[in-house]
Design a protein around this ligand. Sequence first.
Ligand SMILES: [Fe+2]
Ligand SMILES: [Fe+2]
Length: 172
Amino acid sequence: MATTDTTRASEGILGEDQRAERDKIIGMLQKAYWMEIETVMSYLANSVNPDGVRAQEIKESLEQDIAEELGHAKLFAQRIKDLYGVVPGSEKFSAEQSYLQPPDDQVDIVHVIRGVIEAETGAIEHYTKIVEATDGVDPVTNDMVIAILHDEQGHRRLFEGFLREYESQGLA
Ligand SMILES: [Fe+2]
Ligand SMILES: [Fe+2]
């Protein structure tokens, strides 16, 4: 009996007795997956749309982020699969990033900077919840999401710096 218990426990989050906990985590990972996919769409558009000399730096930064956010989406997808979940199909997608739609005027780069900060903040909030929910329950997801959270904090900090520059010049 003790042996059975030990075997069960050693399966951790993949154990049959952990199904409810696993489903909760899969749901959170699916939401994270869509957040990354939408960020890829938004950053792609905003790495191309803006006009002006000042926009160049922002566009280049966003272009680099596209690959990084896509990498995050892939990690979330694989982890969903590893936990016996299913990566959702495109019909399950619903957009939420209203703040990252193209501005009326394509020289309005402050709109883009603020939008990126909001997207990164949303990711940071959700990923922090995943880190809390998986703490001591699913160390592999916990470890993976901490690393992704680290990236998102770096993204937000970079764009906060951009915004600070615009604010100091009275442009934001
Ligand atoms: Fe990301
Ligand atoms: Fe990010």
